[in-house]
Design a protein around this ligand. Structure first.
Ligand SMILES: *Cc1c(COP(=O)(O)O)cnc(C)c1O
Length: 432
């Protein structure tokens, strides 16, 4: 009935998540509220982990791409489920370390790490630093030398794959700010440099071809391109790389019409490609890393709002205004992202109203969804926007000085606060 499997409807006709009545969550914790189905997050993590065990005999590691939803509790859950972590900033690294996440399982990404971030990563002893460019490689070699440590690295490669997704989030092709290009010889040049540097240990290469991808083909193609390059490196330098990080990007269902590949199926077919490629090229099967972000948390979360007003402009459209908006979910204003909307206290009723869900910020573009089907809502109703677990809280802002919402984990009918709602005092905390 709904895009997310985590959601159902109880005998009162109210939307439920993880066994909790979402209208009760709204009453208890206030709105706007992010709510996550903890069991489903853990299940997704286990499914990915199992696929590494099944397809590579356990010779690999699943890294949760923490930028999708980063907070201490999420880091703890990933650690408990045996995942590693992908971080892209000093702030994400700080969050992970504050949660007691083992540094050796943290992979540090980013296309413009500052000298301070590189120093923090080396001092923490992160597992790998994923180097983006030659300037960074030199800087890393220098800082590692000063500290008397060896930096274990992967290098980010642009495999040149077009993953048929939204332009803003397409990162595999040559016109991308991320990584070294293969076809220009830049990547081979960088590999030669890396293996020559005294304080660098090149463990392997990384690619990430985009996000919200529904097809298998781009992933298989990327794996092939990368492994051919492994063979070239072996031939030209005699150096055999140990690790291959294939990135994230697996799509999830935002609308009923979205048809993502089931993760086990994706993992199986990419593994088959990896194995046959390695055999053909005469290179060993590397330790495999994958970095799912959205597909671990996206479908497990929803956002609850209270409807403030319903404004019908005859012959134009109906605006339903909620107590949040682009501050807690900027994905519509950024990408015109799709979402399914349900009135939580009328979940069994027909969605026969076509409405534009508007936020409370002073921007006409502050919308959550345009002309979307929803129940006949009125002021005071609770509106649920589904599949907001990824890239919502992590992209939230304080525009218009609106405090960021709280977040709760729900499991077996119980809810617990994992992120407090910001207060007005929090908003002025750094003002002088
Ligand atoms: C964003 C990102 C991911 C996660 O992407 P999803 O689409 O959320 O799975 C993984 N790796 C890197 C390097 C990223 O930048």
């Amino acid at each position: 009935m709904f895009v997310s499997d985590c959601i159902s409807v109880n005998e009162k006709g109210h939307l439920t998540l993880g066994g909790c009545d979402t209208t009760e969550l709204a009453a208890q914790f206030g709105t706007p509220l992010y709510a996550f189905d903890e069991e489903q997050i853990r299940q997704n993590a286990r499914d990915y982990k199992k696929s590494i065990d099944d397809n590579y005999g356990g010779n690999g590691l699943v890294l949760y791409a923490s930028k999708a939803f980063c907070c201490k509790e999420m880091c703890r859950i990933c650690n408990e489920e045996g995942l590693g972590l992908d971080v892209v900033s000093g702030g994400e690294l700080w969050t992970a370390l504050s949660a007691g996440f083992p540094a050796g399982k943290i992979y540090f990404h980013g296309n413009n790490k500052t000298p301070a971030e590189i120093t923090e990563a080396l001092e923490a002893g992160v597992g790998r630093i994923i180097v983006d460019n030659l300037t960074e490689l030199e800087l890393l070699n220098k800082i590692a030398g000063e500290k008397g440590v060896t930096a274990n690295i992967l290098m980010r490669i642009k495999p040149g794959i077009d993953a048929h997704t939204h332009n803003f989030i397409r990162t595999g092709q040559i016109d991308s700010k991320f990584g070294f290009a293969l076809e220009t010889g830049e990547a081979m040049h960088a590999v030669r440099k890396a293996v020559s540097y005294k304080n660098i240990n090149l463990a392997g290469l990384h690619c990430h071809i985009g996000s919200q991808i529904f097809e298998l083909n781009p992933f298989e193609l990327a794996a092939k391109v990368m492994l051919r390059f492994y063979a070239d490196i072996k031939k030209e330098t005699g150096f055999e790389l140990d690790e291959l990080d294939l990135g994230g990007g697996f799509g999830i269902k935002y609308l009923e019409s979205d048809k993502p590949v089931a993760y086990p199926e994706y993992m199986k077919s990419v593994a088959a490609t990896v194995k046959s490629c390695c055999a053909e090229l005469g290179v060993k099967v590397p330790f495999i890393l994958i970095e799912p972000g959205r597909s671990i948390v996206g479908s497990t979360g929803l956002t609850l709002y209270t409807v403030g007003s319903v404004k019908t402009i005859p012959g134009v459209r109906t605006y339903v205004s909620v107590d949040g908006g682009m501050g807690d979910n900027p994905r519509y204003i950024l990408y015109q992202a799709d979402y399914e909307v349900v009135c939580a206290n009328k979940a069994n009723e027909k969605r026969d109203l076509t409405a534009t869900i508007a936020g409370k910020c002073c921007e006409s573009g502050d919308l959550i969804q345009e002309n979307t089907p929803v129940q006949q809502v009125e002021a005071g109703d609770i509106l649920a926007v589904l599949s907001t677990g990824a890239y919502n809280y992590s992209m939230a802002s304080n525009y218009n000085r609106i405090p960021r919402p709280a977040a709760v984990m729900v499991r077996d009918g119980n809810a617990r606060l994992i992120i407090r709602r910001e207060s007005y005092k929090d908003l002025t905390e750094n003002d002088i």
